[in-house]
Design a protein around this ligand. Sequence first.
Ligand SMILES: [Mn+2]
Length: 507
Amino acid sequence: MGRRVELSAEKQEEADKLFKKEAFNIVASDMIALNRSVSDNRDPQCSRVSYPKVMPNASVVIIFHNEAWSPLLRTVHSVVNRSPPEYLHEVILLDDFSDRAGLGEKLDGYIKDTWPDGIVKVVRAPERQGLIRARVLGAKAATGEVLVFLDSHCECNVQWLEPLVARIKESRSALLCPMIDVIDAKAMSYNGIGAGSVGGFWWSLHFSWRPLPQRERKRRKSSVETIRSPTMAGGLFAADRKYFFEIGGYDPGMDVWGGENLEISFRVWMCGGTLEFVPCSRVGHIFRSSHPYTFPGNKDTHGLNSKRLAEVWMDGYKRLFYHHRRDLLVINPQFNADAGDFSDRLQLRRDLKCKSFKWYLENVYPEKFIPDENVIAYGMVRNPSSNLCLDTLSKDEKMVFNLGLYGCQGGVSSNQLFSLSQSNELRREESCMDSVGGEGSPVKLMPCHGSRGHQEWTYNLETKVIVHSSGKCLDKVEEKNGGEVKVEKCNGKDSQIWEFENYIGPS
Ligand SMILES: [Mn+2]
């Protein structure tokens, strides 16, 4: 039933040793039945949905490279055991050039013995493809009406397939993501998650989870209805097979891993499709703490793939990506920022008559904060007498921390990009400068709450002071790199003078 595994002290020691290599508890995984059941953790409404008699069939494509035996086979067993045979056309195991023992003849033999009807097929890549190109190879080998991509360390839950194929029957241009449950990498327990999130992104083009927006809460009539999401996390999704190729599959110029999930997300929305999360389809996934495989050539594939996606899909908004990745802006032999030729992808965008990225932001992701549009001021916030600027000091912006100061970097450091929003927040993409208002209390960066109060700041263009809602002025604690900022009684001294790199004014 997906419960946690308890290990003896001896076994635990072995598990800890192997954890470093595998990034999950292989000892516990090997102790669990390959066909274990999991608890049905869907919304109770889901079991009352009735699906049409005739629905498209699916090819489930599972890519693996040196995956451990038990998670790989548990994935396959869960697919076969919990998919109605009439909708499961085949399972394609795409071996991306593994060299781990057991994944060759032993695997072929196990599959032949376990599924003699041939429902599970192994396809082997002749050389290492990387995740992105391997998925395309797997999709090309598939012949079902619907493609479902899964990672090689998943467990499908009860009735996971029916809501996916049913929705594609309704709308062939919908890309669908099952809800991803967490299989704990240490205890191997199957844990349900809520259905309250959608996908977003950072301007650095990393994926983020976002709370379910109000407009989606309003639009949906029941908890079983699909949820529109601006982006997807990546590994697990379903699409009409022909539609998947019509809109360009994956970018074959992308290497190994990274950025492909945002690329396909932007593309499907901009080119007339939709991206939806399906609350009644749940699939568990082992979230590993690191990539247990190698990146050929040690390239920054996430950066280079993201550069391709920015160049092809983001129009002028690519400036916001390059603000984070100036190293990728020019092809500099020192950094190797060559993302290859993407003229085919630009042609695809023209052929499909896709909409602009501005359309995407306005219609699909209107909550997304744009640091330099519709704001009062943006850029560096500089204290002229010290030439120090407000700076995140590279801290993790998903956390709460004291804001810092650092020598001004002439506009080239994304750590120094701040915006004064129309609602008087002094903010980053997701976090706002916040002060409880006490004299000398440090100013923090924390998630924006959008209701002013501790997060309200007004800029006086004449006196160049930044005044907090408490009436106190933004001030320096110490005049040094790494120093902090505070609010203090306004006194007109140099330490309370601030200049914005770009001042536009209230609209
Ligand atoms: Mn994975």
